[in-house]
Design a protein around this ligand. Sequence first.
Ligand code: AMP
Length: 397
Amino acid sequence: MKILVINCGSSSLKYQLFSMANEQVLAKGLVERIGLKGSVLTHQRGAEKYIIEDEIPDHEKAIALVIKAITDPNHGVLKSTDEIAAVGHRVVHGGEDFSGSVLITDEVKESLIRNIELAPLHNPPNIMGIEACQKIMPSLPQVGVFDTAFHQSMPAYAYVYGIPYDYYKKYKIRKYGFHGTSHKYVAERAAVMLKRPLNDLKIITCHLGNGASITAVKNGVSVDTSMGFTPLEGVMMGTRSGDLDPAIVFYLMEKEKWDFQQTNSFLNKQCGVLGLSGVSSDFRDIENAAIEDKNDRAQLALDRFAYAVKKYIGSYAAVLNGADAIVFTAGLGENSSSMRMKICSGLDFMGVKIDPDKNFTRGVEADVSTIDAKTKVFVIPTNEELMIARDTYDICK
Ligand code: AMP
């Protein structure tokens, strides 16, 4: 059975084609600059890369080109789309409607459209991707896999905010959490690495990339997570502020005479480690600036980021009453040994001990803690596409 996984952004589309017999990636690629000048599709089959430059005005054309690439007689991997059994789509926001992946029906699509107001930047391109696939491959089942679904298990006391309950009822203002597919995947892998059943474990998963979130996973389900109503809450990120005193927002609006749009853009695009360091939103640049240029603000941004992650780990250790493992994943979590070390230093009270030699690991699954560490520290590369393919397979097999 072959499953096509699609992850649509507003001007980009990532795809992977899986053979589910051995969970092997047959081909993958990326369409960039959809609707803009200079649109391009980069298609990869094994180590071979093909670049196709074309006019790609919309997601429908992007999907058509993806299909053309994977069925191309020279660099494709399929004879026709008849070999594809189903398409799995990443959907950012399922609101309170979905606690798991679902077959896309008209009713599901209506719900996705209703949830646009909760994720105005993300859900519309996700829906465009679904509609384009439905148009081009009408006979294929389409499955939606939600970033929010894994966190629907949070108890009410973890997801409500300290505002009048009426606003939760009226506007659905509550914590939803994101990166759920990633947190779920790495928690499952951690259980395999611990050689213990997931439903008997307490795990703190740290997805540290351009966006970053921390999740407390108890017995295989999310019980709390750092991102909230939107992906702006939680630890400071590449360009997002993360947690701050809400009064700062009104204060800045008044001082800078910003309207709602300017303030929203400021908090999402100009803050985080970019705003603090003044160097970049990319952690590699900031680490370089701190080490090579001895840039104090770059160092401050790294210190502040590590401190924020450590505080969440500490609070989730309290939520879980201890932890069997802490997992690091995503670009920074998988690759930066210095950031892992910085975050984990001073967590010996909860039995965390990193082995500096093992911690040089980059981008591969590894236990980087000492043999006697009570709380293990794992590096686990995330694989959201595989999770989407698995869920799609389970629903459609
Ligand atoms: P992601 O959003 O998961 O793609 O992660 C992107 C972030 O990971 C960027 O801020 C990168 O700078 C960071 N990153 C990737 N590789 C490294 C590395 N080797 N060292 C430090 N940060 C890295």
